[in-house]
Design a binder for this molecule. Structure first.
Ligand SMILES: *[C@@H]1O[C@H](CO)[C@@H](O)[C@H](O)[C@H]1NC(C)=O
Ligand SMILES: *[C@@H]1O[C@H](CO)[C@@H](O)[C@H](O)[C@H]1NC(C)=O
Ligand SMILES: *[C@@H]1O[C@H](CO)[C@@H](O)[C@H](O)[C@H]1NC(C)=O
Ligand SMILES: *[C@@H]1O[C@H](CO)[C@@H](O)[C@H](O)[C@H]1NC(C)=O
Ligand SMILES: *[C@@H]1O[C@H](CO)[C@@H](O)[C@H](O)[C@H]1NC(C)=O
Ligand SMILES: *[C@@H]1O[C@H](CO)[C@@H](O)[C@H](O)[C@H]1NC(C)=O
Ligand SMILES: *[C@@H]1O[C@H](CO)[C@@H](O)[C@H](O)[C@H]1NC(C)=O
Ligand SMILES: [Cu+2]
Length: 256
């Protein structure tokens, strides 16, 4: 009995270790999308593909995330289901979708394991089809509020100067386009006109650094007291140390 329990604990621990690195960084919920900010991307024909689409992205009225309205048509009869993502770079002047690089992933969770749509905060920020579903028909539309995207140029989850890529299920890139600003919005924490030229980092109060969220976890600076730190999710990425290592250690200790 006891031995069996040990083995299953061990198996679970090793499986978890193999599946992901031992540290998981969750995307913080966004609260700083400027009121009224909106962006739009047009998804054009590329090569022999006949895709035609657009995606509108508007700040949530309370600044908590971004509402997306997705409409894609002309998807091929074969090669689906189709994925689409916000990518980390804009489409270059030559229009080659390969130039957009990988997905927008400011918290560096990586491609694997694939997004669990029941835990959207654990997915890559740009993995819209992972979080809200693939396009499965030749004409597809969907709309949703994503709590982890931002229209504030100072936020790591800002996408206003980036692109969207549509893929076949084998990852072939069949369309891509760049977000264009429709309106910068009127509110938020940006100073002056909220053009996407902000250097980031200066938009927030002095509680935390916002430029490199992954660097806040390991303490070279003074520890931030949890009682005084305000709820400012753009600054501190919530970090979870996987229980796997701990379990592993506990199991080993029991065996010895
Ligand atoms: C992906 O699928 C398409 C359509 O099914 C096919 O034409 C293409 O060769 C495939 N590409 C790769 C890299 O497998
Ligand atoms: C796009 O860029 C990739 C990588 O640089 C290259 O292999 C590919 O041939 C380019 N595609 C077109 C249509 O130019
Ligand atoms: C997009 O804009 C943000 C905020 O200004 C900036 O930090 C980032 O480097 C830009 N990304 C690209 C690919 O230009
Ligand atoms: C979406 O399609 C991709 C590629 O076929 C697949 O790996 C993934 O599991 C699909 N996601 C969902 C939620 O069905
Ligand atoms: C800005 O946002 C605050 C809080 O959400 C709201 O009270 C205020 O009316 C907004 N101002 C403008 C100009 O939108
Ligand atoms: C910054 O501090 C001011 C004054 O305390 C407060 O009104 C404002 O909401 C704060 N902004 C953020 C982004 O925390
Ligand atoms: C900035 O930090 C100083 C010193 O810790 C503090 O007194 C002040 O209230 C802070 N301002 C804001 C807006 O958080
Ligand atoms: Cu993609």
């Amino acid at each position: 009995m006891r031995v069996q329990l040990l083995f299953s604990v061990l198996a679970a621990a090793t499986a978890a270790n193999a599946q992901s690195s031992s540290v998981v960084t969750f995307a913080p919920a966004v609260t700083d999308s400027p009121v009224g900010a909106s962006y739009e991307v047009t998804l054009p024909n590329k090569g022999n593909w006949k895709v035609d689409g657009n995606i509108k992205a508007v700040s949530a009225p309370d600044g908590k995330g971004v509402k997306f309205e997705v409409s894609i048509s002309g998807l091929p009869a074969e090669g689906g289901p189709f994925m689409y993502h916000i990518h980390e770079k804009p489409v270059p002047a030559d229009g080659n979708c390969t130039g957009t690089g990988a997905h927008l992933d400011p918290y560096k969770r990586g491609e694997v394991p694939i997004c669990d749509a029941t835990k959207k905060e654990s997915c890559q920020t740009g993995d819209l089809s992972g979080k809200y579903g693939n396009a499965t028909e030749s004409s597809y539309s969907n709309s949703y509020l994503d709590l982890f995207s931002s229209t504030n140029p100072g936020n790591p989850a800002y996408f206003g100067n980036l692109s969207v890529v549509v893929h076949l299920s084998n990852k072939t890139r069949i369309s891509c386009g760049n977000f264009k600003m429709v309106s910068p919005g009127s509110n938020g924490t940006s100073s002056g006109v909220a053009m996407p030229t902000g250097t980031g980092g200066s938009h927030h109060n002095n509680s935390t650094l916002s430029a490199t969220p992954t660097s806040t976890a390991t303490g070279s600076g003074p520890p931030i007291s949890p009682t005084t730190a305000p709820a400012e999710p753009t600054g501190a990425a919530a970090r979870l140390v996987s229980g796997a290592g701990v379990l592993f250690g506990a199991a080993l200790a029991l065996m010895l």
